[in-house]
Design a protein around this ligand. Sequence first.
Ligand SMILES: [Zn+2]
Length: 79
Amino acid sequence: MSLQQSQIVERKKKLSCSFLGHQLEVVKNYKHGQNEYCCKWCKNQFTDTDSGKPGFLTPKLHRINIALEKIYYRKMRMS
Ligand SMILES: [Zn+2]
């Protein structure tokens, strides 16, 4: 596939996201109830947010997820 062709494919994938929504697959299932997702088409990463809808996974949100996971396991050990 030429570079130009692959660019067109990339653009189509992104278009399908804006029209049809992202095709999210769970990539990380946290015990504390938040999941991380990856879009099959645009490869963007998402996580559950307070609003209940998946939002973009920022490095900050990723750190929070990991921290919550640690707290969860600490609680489990103590109980
Ligand atoms: Zn997408």
